[in-house]
Design a binder for this molecule. Structure first.
Ligand code: ATP
Ligand code: MG
Ligand code: FE
Length: 347
């Protein structure tokens, strides 16, 4: 079946078209340039941009895929989590399109879609698998027994998400929003052993399951440590080497992420790991995860960078999986759910 996916949960208006598990088009238009001067995504601005971009993006995707809208068998849309107003534009557009075409509509979860996206690259997800989901708003470890019907949360951040930590530290260093890619670039020329920053929730006592945070993460202490380090350097008149600072910070984040993901695989006896989310575009994360999984005998799946950050392909990919399992379409009365949890894969 031909599935058209619509993604509008943040600043990207993404349209993806898949036929079965083959990706035919992935059109992404971002309003990021309009948010840069505010130092973060402004919900109202993002919603307006989606409204302007949605129809042209659908047209472009159809042209790229060389399909007519009338050929589409089903529409999939992100119904959460994300910015409420931004989600609503996609949801309203998807409802209108589905009813105009007389085609079924499937509302899907943005986070599960970040995990499902690799299906269009390397085919079916072998399960069970552990998934490390690292994005701008979320940092989670999941046990995936089935990407549609059985996703369990094993751990999550208790404060900042990994991407949020990158963005906040970038701001501290005077790098423009979104800071993740800029830190990552600066870090390429840096020494990651230059400064030893704290690794949150990685001491032995944090690994006690009874305390409820065996696979949880914490990045706000790290952010504070970087801020203190910068303050001290300023006060003492030391030169701040941005590449060293960026590399050392990045290493602290990536060290905990990879260590906990491997630990989750070992504890559950699952020897497969899947990486997903915008921070999965980070090259050091990809590198260290590859090293540590190889050493532990874990098979690693990492989507191509272009499919890690928000896009419509991930929504179409997950929608196609919901369809494949024969689930009924979403009832048309659903709405956007800005705090939808990952275990609720489709609505
Ligand atoms: P969520 O998926 O939780 O709703 P989101 O959709 O806003 O959040 P994504 O688009 O999945 O987030 O990811 C964006 C985040 O990824 C931003 O915080 C950005 O800084 C970070 N990011 C992107 N590229 C890199 C990189 N190379 N290194 C580190 N972080 C990165
Ligand atoms: Mg974005
Ligand atoms: Fe995302």
């Amino acid at each position: 079946p031909l599935v058209l996916g619509i993604e509008t949960s943040c600043d990207e208006t993404g349209i993806g078209i898949v036929r079965g598990r083959t990706l035919l088009a992935n059109t992404v238009s971002s309003s990021m340039d309009d948010h840069v001067r505010f130092g973060g995504v402004v919900p109202e601005v993002a919603s307006r941009a989606h409204l302007e971009e949605l129809v042209p993006a659908i047209q472009l995707a159809c042209a790229t895929a060389e399909v007519e809208l009338a050929d589409v068998d089903a529409i999939a849309v992100t119904s959460g989590p994300g910015l409420a107003g931004a989600l609503m534009v996609g949801v309203a557009g998807a409802k209108a399109l589905a009813s105009a075409l007389g085609k079924p509509l499937y509302a899907v979860n943005h986070l599960a879609a970040h995990v499902a996206v690799d299906i269009v690259e390397r085919g079916e997800l072998e399960t069970p698998t552990i998934a490390l989901l690292v994005s701008g708003g979320h940092t989670e470890i999941l046990l995936v027994r089935d990407i549609v019907d059985d996703v369990t949360l094993l751990g999550e951040t208790i404060d900042d998400a990994a991407g949020e930590a990158f963005d906040k530290v970038a701001r501290l260093l005077g790098l423009p929003y979104p800071g993740g890619p800029k830190i990552s670039k600066a870090a390429l020329d840096g020494d990651r052993t230059a400064i030893r920053f704290p690794r949150g929730l990685s001491t032995a006592k944090d690994r006690t399951p009874e305390r409820g945070h065996r696979y949880n993460f914490s990045f706000s202490g790290l952010k504070t440590a970087v801020a203190r380090w910068v303050e001290t350097a300023h006060r003492q008149g030391h030169e701040i080497k941005i590449p060293d600072l960026a590399a050392s910070f990045e290493e602290a984040v990536v060290d905990v992420l990879t260590a906990k993901a491997v630990l989750a695989c070992q504890d559950t006896g699952v020897n497969r790991l899947l990486l997903g989310g915008g921070v999965a575009a980070n090259s050091r994360l990809r590198e260290l995860l590859a090293e540590r999984t190889a050493a532990a005998g874990i098979t690693l799946r990492v989507p191509p960078i272009s499919l890690c950050t928000d896009n419509g392909a991930m929504v179409a990919a997950l929608g196609a999986e919901v369809l494949r399992r024969g689930h009924p379409p979403t009832v048309n009365t659903f709405g956007a759910d800005s705090s939808l949890t990952v275990d609720k894969v489709f609505v």
